[in-house]
Design a protein around this ligand. Structure first.
Ligand SMILES: [Zn+2]
Length: 150
């Protein structure tokens, strides 16, 4: 058995089975192969073979895209690590005491300094309500302190 993808003159595509390729030829000559949609006996084999050169081209484009994505990622990572380093150098890590520290600085209980640390969403909301100037630090820009302060 052999399966052909056929196309009629109205561009209906359909599949049909034949015992052999000569069986297909004979049936077609006798106008026995008909389009199931419009009954046209004017059918041709549809070209279904993958176009190798096209798929290679696609591979090339895909790998090029991947390359530029990798480049963009590397640039972003480099920029992010620069920011991380700057934060690490200029700011004090206060760990999960961030809310307390930020509040103490805000109310003048502690001298002003740049800090960073962790706060829960509700802590951040409270600080915001109190008018404490804080900004969320995207994970990619947050330094990873080696020592955790408790
Ligand atoms: Zn048709």
């Amino acid at each position: 058995m052999i399966k052909y993808n056929l196309i009629c003159r109205h561009e209906h595509e359909f599949e049909a089975w034949f015992s052999s390729s000569s069986d297909y030829d004979t049936q077609r000559e006798k106008r026995l192969v008909q389009c199931p949609y419009c009954n046209s006996a004017k059918v041709e084999k549809a070209i279904m073979a993958p176009n190798v050169s096209t798929s290679r081209k696609k591979d090339k484009i895909a790998s090029k895209q991947l390359e530029s994505q990798k480049k963009a990622m590397a640039m972003m990572n480099a920029a992010a690590s620069k920011v991380r380093k700057e934060i690490e150098e200029k700011c004090d890590y206060v760990g999960d005491k961030f809310a307390d520290e930020a509040r103490a600085i805000h109310y003048g209980e502690k001298s002003e300094r740049a800090i960073y640390g962790e706060a829960t969403a509700s802590e951040a909301a409270e600080l915001h309500d109190e008018g404490v100037g804080i900004a969320p630090l995207p994970d990619i820009l947050a330094p990873k302190p080696s020592k955790k302060i408790n």
